[in-house]
Design a binder for this molecule. Structure first.
Ligand code: ZN
Length: 289
């Protein structure tokens, strides 16, 4: 089953794993913006990694994974919610033709933020981007920010994104002292064609056929953007009447386009005026005497 994540355990060992494959979810991101090939790969790999890491964290709300660049690549962002929805976008300006990961992300920072359902931030870890790939960047993040030994392999092409994660749980020792190194090495042999082309359960069985694995049921994932007219209205209200009126004077209307889903919200002068007139009273707000 594509667009899902599956958890698995090594029986009797303090090692857990996750495997993810994204299909329609990833294509929904690609359909909304034309990304240069390198950004496509980075964003798809980050999307797979985001699903994998968020599955290892206990949280209610959303996990935001951001890479903030200092050069042509300005921002890569993936949001994954505890309900299993994902969205992603990137900002760039004049990407060099043959730039590689290290060149593009020199001086960049990688941050992971947890956002509670009320919108407040509950946690943020930030590290400098090191390494030569999204997987190396995030393994470094996990080592430094979470102190959890993590093995991560991610891959993406123009139609699918996929990934495999293993974590050694720090609280328990393993009787089989070589197991972590052994399974981590096996995980490192997985090919992009396997992550993207085979059923995730088959990948896990193939890689770890000599280990005693318990594979859990797949959890579905889907693309969904949380933008809405109400959220755009509240953002415009916060900007204030002067700002909104100056845009109206210049263009005759106010347009706000969501970076994630590319949906445009348009406000004519009448709509815009209503933002600042206090609104209508909803039935729920009437006072009972
Ligand atoms: Zn949106």
């Amino acid at each position: 089953m594509s667009d899902s994540i599956r958890r698995f355990l090594f029986e009797g060992a303090p090692i857990r794993g996750e495997i993810v494959q994204l299909d329609a979810t990833w294509r929904a991101v690609l359909e909304r913006h034309a990304y240069p090939p390198l950004l496509q790969t980075l964003l798809g790999e980050m999307m797979a990694a985001s699903a994998l890491l968020s599955a290892t964290l206990k949280f209610d709300g959303a996990m935001l994974m951001q890479v903030q660049g200092t050069g042509a690549l300005q921002l890569l962002v993936v949001e994954c919610t505890s309900a299993g929805t994902l969205r992603a976008t990137a900002k760039w300006d004049g990407l060099p033709e043959n730039a590689g990961f290290a060149e593009l992300l020199r001086g960049a920072r990688c941050a992971i933020t947890l956002i509670q359902p009320d919108g407040s931030q509950s946690y943020q870890g930030v590290v400098e981007v090191v390494g030569d790939s999204v997987a190396e960047m995030l393994m470094h993040y996990m080592q430094h920010s979470e102190q959890i030994e993590t093995s991560l392999t991610v891959s993406a092409d123009g139609t699918r994104a996929g990934g495999l994660l293993l974590q050694r749980l720090p609280e328990a020792a393993d009787d089989d002292v070589d197991r972590w190194d052994r399974v981590r090495m096996l995980a490192g042999t997985v090919e992009a064609s396997e992550l993207l082309g085979l059923a995730p359960a088959d990948v896990v069985r193939r890689l770890f056929h000599e280990e005693d694995i318990r594979l859990f049921e797949p959890q579905p994932l889907a693309f969904r953007c949380s933008c809405s007219k109400a959220r755009v209205e509240s953002m415009l209200t916060m900007l204030g009447p002067e700002e909104v009126e100056s845009v109206l004077a210049e263009r005759g209307h106010v347009e706000v386009t969501c970076d994630f889903c590319n949906r445009t919200y348009r406000f004519d002068p009448v709509d815009a005026a209503q933002l600042f007139t206090g609104g209508t009273r909803s039935p729920g707000s009437t006072t009972r005497h």
